[in-house]
Each structure stands twice: as structure tokens, then as C-alpha cells.
Write a protein that binds this ligand. Structure first.
Ligand SMILES: [Zn+2]
Length: 198
């Protein structure tokens, strides 16, 4: 599951460079009141192009969820679980789902996020299994779980890192958009840049 951010790009990079397995990379075009879909899409397109050209080829697909008519921002991990189930069923022989969750991102309250995400997924997957669809066993893997943000940034290298998009609330202008510099991922990125002096 690929968002175009630092963490899922690091997952993609690792799977492409440290394994020879067939990959299906899927992006969810997530429309909500934060209006970050266009910025993410541009990052996704350029990262997919870069990785296909510089590393190796893989299957890429995307789908869209449009919540822009809602007041609240839906929880991303639930949307990811939902779409991951559809993609797993749509991918013959799929036995693993990789996501870019980091241990360090999970505070006390959020620690159960991975578990909750798998639970949402399992409930859906069971419906498909009842129809004899999907593989009997499927696991979630977290290829960058133990890495810190600076480790992820250096793993990617500056060229690939610059293609990623982190901001949750891009500032839109007639000429395009720019990172807000204030949301949590923006602040994390500013810290990383300072740490890398880059
Ligand atoms: Zn931001």
C-alpha cells in the first residue's frame, strides 16, 4: 500500500532492492477536506516512474475514495485496510500486504493501530473467503517498522526523498501548492532536513 510519503516509499524501495518477489503497488487517491490528493498524486507518479526506471519493474494500480463532502476526516488506516482487502482479492496468489507503519509513530494510544487495521481487514477478508476467494493465509508485513525517520530518509537518498510528499494540508495557490510547514509530517520533515543538513 503506497501513499507517496517517506515511509511507504521506503517500503517500496526495500522490497524492490532487497527482494525479487513480484510486487503489486497500490495507491489510494484519498480525497478529503485536507485536499492533499493532487499533491500526493504528483509524488506517486514520479516515484513510480523513478523506481520502475532505476530499480525494477512492478505492477502498479490505484483507486479513489472521495470523502470531500464530509466534515470529518476519515481515519486513514481504516481506508487502507478496506482497499488492501479489495486489492488482495484482486491479486492472484497474494499472501502478504506491506505497509509503511513505523514503531516510532505509534504512541501509547496508537500502539494498537496495526492490530485494529488487521482486524478491519480480517473481517472483510473473511467475507471473501466464505466465497472461496483469496488465499487461505495472508499476513501483514512492516518492512520499515523498526527504522527511525532519519534512517528512512537516508535509506531513500536525496533524489528519491525529494520526490516524496508528506504534508497533510497543502497550501493551494494559482500556481500549484506547497507544504504547509506546520502539520505533524511537515514538522517531522523539517527536523529530518536539519538532521541531514540538506
Ligand atoms: Zn504540512
Amino acid at each position: 500500500m503506497f501513499s507517496g510519503g517517506l515511509d511507504s516509499t521506503a517500503v517500496l524501495f526495500r522490497l524492490l532492492t532487497e527482494s525479487e518477489e513480484d510486487l503489486r503497488v497500490h495507491h489510494i487517491r484519498m480525497q478529503n477536506r485536507e485536499a492533499r490528493a493532487d499533491a500526493e498524486q504528483a509524488a506517486v507518479d514520479s516515484i513510480v516512474e523513478w523506481c520502475g526506471r532505476r530499480l525494477r519493474t512492478f505492477r502498479f494500480s490505484q483507486s479513489g475514495l472521495d470523502f470531500s463532502g464530509l466534515e470529518t476526516i476519515p481515519i486513514d488506516f481504516i481506508s487502507v485496510a478496506y482497499v488492501a482487502c479489495q486489492v488482495a482479492i484482486d491479486t492472484p496468489g497474494c499472501t502478504r500486504i506491506a505497509v509503511g507503519t513505523l514503531a516510532r509513530d505509534l504512541d501509547e494510544i496508537k500502539r494498537s493501530v496495526c492490530e485494529a487495521q488487521r482486524r478491519v481487514f480480517a473481517a472483510m477478508y473473511e467475507c471473501y473467503r466464505a466465497r472461496k476467494l483469496g488465499e487461505p493465509a495472508l499476513e501483514w508485513i512492516y518492512p520499515v517498522y523498526s527504522l527511525t525517520k532519519p534512517q528512512i530518509a537516508s535509506l531513500l537518498g536525496s533524489e528519491l526523498r525529494k520526490l516524496t510528499w508528506s504534508c497533510r494540508r497543502p497550501v493551494h495557490s494559482p500556481s500549484g501548492y506547497r507544504p504547509c510547514g506546520e502539520c505533524k509530517p511537515c514538522r517531522a520533515r523539517i527536523d529530518i532536513s536539519a538532521a541531514l543538513q540538506n
